[in-house]
Write a protein that binds this ligand. Sequence first.
Ligand SMILES: Nc1ncnc2c1ncn2[C@@H]1O[C@H](COP(=O)(O)OP(=O)(O)O)[C@@H](O)[C@H]1O
Ligand SMILES: [Mg+2]
Ligand SMILES: [Zn+2]
Length: 241
Amino acid sequence: MALANTDTSMQLGDPECPECGGRGYFLSRKDFSVQVDITPCECREKYQLKQLITASNMSDNLRQKGFKNFKVTPKTKAMFDMAYKYVKRHEELIKAGKGLAITGSVGVGKTHILAAVANNLLAKKIPVCFVNTPDLIAELRQAQFSSNKHEYERKIRALSKVAVVIFDDLAKEKVKDFAREQYYRIINHRYEHRKATMFSSNCTLDELAEKLGDATTSRLVAMTKDWFVHIEAEDYRVMGE
Ligand SMILES: Nc1ncnc2c1ncn2[C@@H]1O[C@H](COP(=O)(O)OP(=O)(O)O)[C@@H](O)[C@H]1O
Ligand SMILES: [Mg+2]
Ligand SMILES: [Zn+2]
């Protein structure tokens, strides 16, 4: 998983753009005026959105998940409604550092719904990082023990800074000391800086506390207060349409 730099403020235009050649803007000056006008190039908006999508780390499969292609059932309605309401109120909620939390059984659409949230936020140009949590831990471990220490710090920094982070399948793996420390470091940073943090997990909150420790779990609970749902339903993959 590539945790790309999510700061797109410095990346102006599409390097392939025939109009601006990647500068992302045009300068013009009226006859004898000292004032220079800056006109943004049309490529810019599309390019920046593309950068955000790359930085979000979402696969093509996840990019297809939306509210429209989710079939709401009585048992999944609470999850759907909560996520939908979150997107509607995202501005205020992201500012307040609030995120969604979905726990429950396998195949009920937790990942689908969080991906739908991510896709909606990306469409509004909000930097989101969608994290497959077991993969992240494996990568951090590899980076930590490689000779390139910068890579490890860069990944941690990227996850601490980005506006919204979604930890999908939190604590799915067997959480050892190393992972517990990484979770604490990232989650504590986001908690202290009121950064919107979301998660899905097959674990109950008690199991999360057991695996991640009370300090990390209590911060996650605080960050998702009023936006927490637990779903027990049939596995959609088994049930089919
Ligand atoms: N209610 C639903 N409507 C449409 N597709 C669904 C629904 N629930 C699950 N799916 C699909 O079933 C698959 C498994 O769902 P997923 O979100 O991965 O479940 P979970 O993360 O809860 O294990 C995904 O491809 C998802 O898009
Ligand atoms: Mg899932
Ligand atoms: Zn251009």
